[in-house]
Design a protein around this ligand. Structure first.
Ligand SMILES: Nc1ncnc2c1ncn2[C@@H]1O[C@H](COP(=O)(O)OP(=O)(O)O)[C@@H](O)[C@H]1O
Ligand SMILES: [Mg+2]
Length: 372
């Protein structure tokens, strides 16, 4: 822990010196300091884990890249890059993914309808019943379970423009400019009739505070942004997603922020069947093709895994169909062959971590309800 703190201070110092030298036009000195800052950030990355590690690596690389081209970087370029981002946000659209495209997760869909969709669609009814509205939702669960998909589907259902940002992107660009950009993102979204701001990889943006002053500063700044915008505009929804909920700072999930946490688990049998059937729709399959068998074979597979499995199972028959110029049907055997070499991407121990975390969250909710 002390190591990180020390590295942090060293990093801040190199960055400060680099910026000062750059302002004075001393590019050689600026370059040296930014290089050292980049190296220090890389050391910090090596001491970190998960998406924070990745974010720090990206940031380190960016700083090194920046320092390499420092004498060519003109102020204009910087503002152009900033404009690019803002332009990207200006092009945000309403996604074309419906709730009915999301397999399974019936409880999740119901909770989201009550919390996010209906308040936007039926504000008068919510007023009549004096229902609380506002505040964001944090979706958490293993990778590939449909978190991004659901976020898009919510936007589609309420007709909201979809503003997606990645925690690691924000962190890696957080060299002075990023706060401004985040501010303009919230402003842009706030201008729309309806908008959703979706923050993926919440853990790398809103990591636990305590032993990393740079992270702490960022978390505080971002939370301020959220407090400034969210809750004031009922048509601006806030959604987050993470594969590492235990790494998210608890201040982020306080009331008015991402106050509801929703677990997105691996697909159950019904959901897997829905996805396999969807993937094999209109595809020539063997007359004895048995979807239920594949459903049984894919117990720990995520939605993204199933998508890939179905796609890869088509490879051999397709190759044969091309070679022999005829229709070659997909069989269960094709699936068996891929299953042998394609294990689920979420390991059992990772899954246990999620189940345990979820049980803790639910246990807490029950406790609070009992107290009342
Ligand atoms: N519940 C689901 N229903 C339908 N498709 C799914 C589901 N879960 C995952 N998928 C498929 O896997 C892909 C990746 O899912 P994604 O939403 O990006 O996962 P996550 O954001 O949880 O990592 C989706 O584009 C979709 O094709
Ligand atoms: Mg995702």
């Amino acid at each position: 822990m002390e190591d990180i703190e020390l590295l942090q201070n060293t990093f801040d110092l190199y960055m400060k010196k680099g910026k000062e030298a750059k302002e004075k036009g001393n590019f050689t000195l600026a370059k040296r300091n930014f290089m050292l800052a980049g190296e220090t950030m890389m050391k910090m990355a090596k001491l970190s884990q998960g998406s924070l590690k990745e974010a720090r690596m990206t940031r380190a690389r960016r700083i090194v890249e920046l320092s390499e081209n420092i004498d060519q970087v003109k102020e204009k370029k910087k503002s152009e890059a900033e404009d690019d981002e803002v332009k990207k946000w200006k092009e945000a659209e309403i996604p074309n993914v419906h709730f009915s495209d999301v397999a399974g997760l019936e409880d999740v869909k119901k909770a989201i309808k009550i919390r996010m969709i209906n308040p936007v669609l039926y504000p008068d009814k919510y007023k009549l019943y004096n229902k609380k509205t506002g505040g964001g939702v944090l979706l958490y669960g293993p990778p590939g379970t449909g978190k991004t998909l659901i976020a898009k589907a919510i936007a589609c259902e309420v007709g909201a423009k979809f503003y997606a940002v990645k925690g690691s992107d924000i962190v890696s660009k957080w060299v002075g400019e990023s706060e401004k950009n985040i501010n303009s993102l919230f402003e842009e979204a706030n201008k729309q009739d309806r908008a959703i701001i979706f923050i993926d990889e919440m853990d790398s943006l809103l990591g636990k505070r305590g032993n990393d002053t740079h992270n702490d500063k960022r978390v505080n700044e971002f939370l301020q942004q959220i407090d400034g915008f969210a809750g004031r505009n009922p048509n601006l929804l806030l959604l987050g997603a993470t594969n590492r909920p235990w790494d998210v700072d608890s201040a982020a999930t306080r009331s008015g922020r991402f106050s509801q946490k929703i677990y997105i688990p691996l697909p159950d049998k019904k959901a897997r069947k829905f996805m396999i059937e969807k993937n094999m729709k209109n595809v020539p399959v063997d007359k004895n093709f048995d979807v239920d068998k594949i459903v049984e074979q894919t117990k720990f597979y995520s939605g993204a895994d199933i998508e890939e499995l179905c796609d890869r199972a088509k490879d051999e028959p397709l190759l044969k169909a091309i070679a022999e110029d005829r229709v070659v049907e997909v069989t269960n055997k094709d699936f068996d062959n891929i299953l042998k070499i394609f294990p689920p991407s979420v390991s059992e121990s990772e899954l246990k971590e999620f189940e345990k975390y979820n049980a803790d969250v639910e246990g807490l909710i029950k406790k609070i309800k009992k107290k009342k």
